[in-house]
Ligand binder design. Structure first.
Ligand SMILES: *[C@@H]1O[C@H](CO)[C@@H](O)[C@H](O)[C@H]1NC(C)=O
Ligand SMILES: *[C@@H]1O[C@H](CO)[C@@H](O)[C@H](O)[C@H]1NC(C)=O
Ligand SMILES: *[C@@H]1O[C@H](CO)[C@@H](O)[C@H](O)[C@H]1NC(C)=O
Ligand SMILES: *[C@@H]1O[C@H](CO)[C@@H](O)[C@H](O)[C@H]1NC(C)=O
Ligand SMILES: *[C@@H]1O[C@H](CO)[C@@H](O)[C@H](O)[C@H]1NC(C)=O
Ligand SMILES: *[C@@H]1O[C@H](CO)[C@@H](O)[C@H](O)[C@H]1NC(C)=O
Ligand SMILES: *[C@@H]1O[C@H](CO)[C@@H](O)[C@H](O)[C@H]1NC(C)=O
Ligand SMILES: *[C@@H]1O[C@H](CO)[C@@H](O)[C@H](O)[C@H]1NC(C)=O
Length: 389
């Protein structure tokens, strides 16, 4: 019995030590959005037990403000709420296809008070709150001139912002999303021009004018040009029975949508190549790769043509494939082997020739200086021998 009491006391202490009122670890952030955009608000709360999270919408100014609780699927399914209660409470409020009357204050409320939803004890119940403003603006209307540029050698693009959401703090132009530094200006004007003196595959792209208002207003003009296609390497070498890989690279705006490969026959006829067991074709907007398996000297040697096509036209490029016989690949190796054999033979013969001399020398074995001495002795001996004869 006493043990149970002690256990109870310990449990109570634990409860005291670990029960914590709710507190925010992530609060929703205010944001400015354009009509038909979407917005996400995040709210995370810790506490023990894990707090409950609710979202509320406050519309209008103080005396006439209306407060309503938001739920998943509210406003014709434009509101989505996803809350998880794992370790702590994490909730995301997503607003899709924003309209002007989504503008307002969004409030994240959290509580882990056991009486929080008991209406009779309202004054005692503690909900903590965190608010964020979402302001929805009408989309900027930017008049473009021209709307797009097709197949021209030069062009001047212009943008005219007709309904700034806030004063303009400057503007710049961007190509394919990358700011063109020298076009930046901090003038508060609503009209800007950009001239492309020479349009080619290199300068083609999506050009945008960006007005620094809040939120930023931007619009794009597409500058389109026929594609540019080059071989990655003008010629490839490979060996019989091996595999060859031919690559063509493209620069293009709009992007290449179709690639074709041809084998150019001797009488200059282009035979289409389709993917098969022998041929593998891999395409991307930037390049195309033709792999040829099991090369044959007669059949596969020659010129290949790749053709890249975008909506404005096409461009082709040729690659020459040389196929060497397997034996040809062996020649350098055989050369080395032959060289080694000849060298070994020469050394062997040389050694064989030297041998008789050395046998005569076997009686004196010593260091080099002594050897020359020994040699003279040897000669002397010979002389003496001859003399005695
Ligand atoms: C809700 O959020 C959790 C965790 O962020 C995620 O795993 C889950 O897919 C989300 N559910 C929906 C319906 O978006
Ligand atoms: C967004 O709402 C507008 C009207 O408010 C509607 O015309 C449009 O089709 C909606 N778009 C989407 C993607 O739901
Ligand atoms: C938004 O305002 C329009 C009128 O401007 C109204 O018809 C519509 O019901 C409102 N939508 C919501 C969700 O309150
Ligand atoms: C673009 O110009 C080329 C030659 O300058 C022409 O062959 C092609 O038809 C033009 N394409 C378009 C879409 O105007
Ligand atoms: C911009 O557009 C407005 C409205 O159409 C027009 O009045 C104004 O003249 C235009 N500005 C320029 C510089 O073209
Ligand atoms: C090969 O490709 C050409 C055009 O690309 C097509 O006309 C032909 O039917 C294809 N042949 C086979 C066997 O798939
Ligand atoms: C290839 O094309 C993609 C777009 O399709 C581009 O983002 C990427 O930088 C290109 N890569 C190279 C190596 O050009
Ligand atoms: C071909 O394009 C792909 C994808 O864009 C890229 O990963 C690859 O590096 C390119 N290859 C060459 C040879 O440029």
């Amino acid at each position: 019995m006493r043990l149970l009491w002690v256990f109870g006391a310990i449990l109570f202490c634990f409860h005291q030590a670990f029960s914590k009122t709710a507190s925010f670890i992530k609060s929703p952030m205010s944001q400015m959005k354009l009509l038909e955009d979407s917005a996400e608000l995040h709210c995370e709360v810790i506490g023990n037990p894990i707090p409950e999270v609710q979202w509320w919408f406050i519309e209008g100014e103080e005396p006439d403000e209306t407060v309503s609780q938001l739920f998943d699927g509210a406003r014709d399914y434009h509101v989505h709420i996803n809350t998880t209660y794992i370790h702590h409470a994490a909730s995301t409020l997503a607003l899709f296809n924003l309209t002007l009357n989504d503008t307002g204050v969004y409030e994240c409320r959290a509580s882990n008070d056991p009486d929080r939803n008991d209406l009779r004890t309202t004054p005692k119940v503690k909900w903590i709150r965190s608010q964020a403003n979402v302001i929805v603006f009408e989309r900027a209307v930017i008049l473009l001139e021209p709307n797009e540029v097709i197949n021209k050698t030069a062009a001047t693009l212009s943008c005219n912002l007709t309904n700034p959401a806030s004063p303009v703090k400057g503007y710049y132009w961007a190509r394919n999303g990358k700011k063109i530094e020298e076009t930046y200006s901090d003038l508060g004007i609503l009209y800007t021009e950009y001239t492309i003196p020479k349009i080619d595959y290199h300068s083609a792209g999506k050009y945008s004018c960006v007005f620094l208002t809040e939120p930023v207003a931007e619009e794009s003009i597409e500058v389109k040009f026929p594609p540019h296609v080059v071989p990655y390497k003008h010629s490839e070498n490979s060996n019989e029975k091996d595999k060859a890989v031919l690559v063509c690279v493209a620069h293009s705006y709009p992007l290449i949508v179709d690639w074709k490969w041809y084998k150019v026959t001797e009488d200059d006829v282009k035979k289409p190549i389709n993917s098969s067991e022998k041929y593998t074709i891999k395409n991307s907007p930037n390049n195309s790769t033709l792999s040829i398996d099991d090369l044959d000297m007669e059949e596969d040697m020659g010129d290949y043509e790749c053709l890249g096509e975008n909506e404005l036209g096409f461009k082709s490029a040729q690659i020459h494939l040389r196929v060497r016989s397997r034996l040809a690949a062996l020649w350098p190796f055989l050369g080395i082997v032959a060289e080694v054999i000849i060298l070994v033979t020469i050394i062997f013969i040389y050694e064989k020739r030297r041998k008789p001399d050395e046998i005569n020398d076997d009686d004196d074995s010593g260091s080099a200086p002594l050897k020359s001495n020994a040699a003279t002795n040897h000669k002397d001996k010979n002389v003496r021998q001859r003399n005695s004869n």
